[in-house]
Design a protein around this ligand. Structure first.
Ligand SMILES: Nc1nc2c(c(=O)[nH]1)N[C@H]1C(S)=C(S)[C@@H](COP(=O)(O)O)O[C@H]1N2
Ligand SMILES: [Mo]
Length: 303
């Protein structure tokens, strides 16, 4: 099997986090133009949003404070426990309502799809947030390549199950393997990403190497890590957190300051690596781009 190398930008293009801000424009909240993202990033910078850009969280913080229960429920222990995680070779099995079910080598799955840079706000349901410069491919582009059938209404993402490598899986803290899911129109939204990198470096194991989902208008738990299976379904998939605590973690999980978690408020958030709190925005600040996906839905019921 071929050794998978994470698509990367040229070394000359890699900036350290201190210089990152000088060279980049804020790509996360480009309003109506979101669909065009990376290809037009130069041109769009002339139309930069009026909102104050938020500085990206330092690399060390993003990669040292992780929810990844397959390794540990202690966020600061995951990095150390994941150092030897093997990501090569890596295959992704594509199943269900799709033209050609197939087990893809990761490199082949992503082949021909440009790796983009998207700095997104990242909001955990535990009321903390970060700002992460991700590198990844448009999930919509991957789905178009896979050609789901007309019956496909949802897409399900499954994380690796390997208790030998993942000590957290030796205990039944959650039902393994970890599963997440999106409605097809959510998955096709141009903001949804399959992430392969952070700050221009390959995504580390603790953040979901070699391939993880990122859906910036939803709570972080929708972003399944280390994905080995993508399955298209007619029915709404049963997802790990909804199964573990249906009253606390719904299928939709859109960031919503008006709907509190049963055990705490969602009105504000602690910014990891900084002092103080800030008000949480509807859809994590991406309402302009995504609110129409939910028109006619009661988001208090569909939380
Ligand atoms: N497989 C798997 N994916 C997961 C989780 C997990 O425990 N296992 N935690 C989720 C939660 S609650 C959050 S907030 C994000 C954290 O991603 P990060 O470590 O890159 O910040 O990953 C999500 N994806
Ligand atoms: Mo989370």
């Amino acid at each position: 099997m071929s050794r998978f190398t994470v698509p990367r930008i040229a070394p000359s293009e890699i900036t350290d986090e201190e210089h990152f801000w000088d060279r980049r424009t804020w790509l996360a909240t480009m309003g109506a133009a979101a669909g065009a993202l990376a290809m037009q990033s130069k041109r769009l910078s002339a139309h930069a949003p009026t909102r104050q850009p938020e500085a990206p969280t330092p690399y060390d913080t993003i990669t040292g404070y992780n929810n990844y229960y397959e390794f540990s429920t202690d966020k600061e222990a995951v990095r150390e426990l994941a150092v030897n995680f093997r990501t090569t070779p890596w295959t992704v099995s594509v199943e269900g309502e799709v033209k050609r079910p197939k087990r893809w080598d990761l490199a082949d799955l992503l082949k021909g799809i440009p790796v983009e840079e998207r700095t997104y706000r990242h909001r955990c349901v535990e009321a903390w947030s970060m700002v992460v410069p991700w590198n990844g491919v448009s999930l919509a582009a991957v789905i178009r390549k896979l050609e789901p059938t007309s019956k496909a209404k949802y897409v399900e993402f499954t994380t690796l199950h390997d208790p030998a490598q993942m000590p957290g899986q030796r205990r039944a803290i959650l039902q393994w393997p970890y599963v997440e899911g999106l409605r097809m129109d959510e998955a096709m939204h141009p903001l949804a990403l399959l992430v392969t990198g952070i700050y221009g470096r390959p995504v580390p194991a603790q953040n979901g190497a070699p391939l993880r989902l990122v859906v910036p208008w939803k709570y972080g738990f929708k972003g399944g890590k280390s994905i080995v299976k993508i399955r298209f379904t007619e029915r709404q998939p049963m997802t790990t957190w909804a199964l573990a605590a249906p009253d606390e973690y719904g299928f939709y999980a859109n960031v919503n300051p008006a709907v509190d978690h049963p055990r705490w408020s969602q009105a504000s958030e602690r910014i990891i690596g900084r002092f103080g709190r800030k008000a949480t925005l509807p859809f994590n600040g991406y309402a302009e781009q995504v609110a129409s996906l939910y028109s006619g839905m009661d988001l208090r019921v569909n939380f």
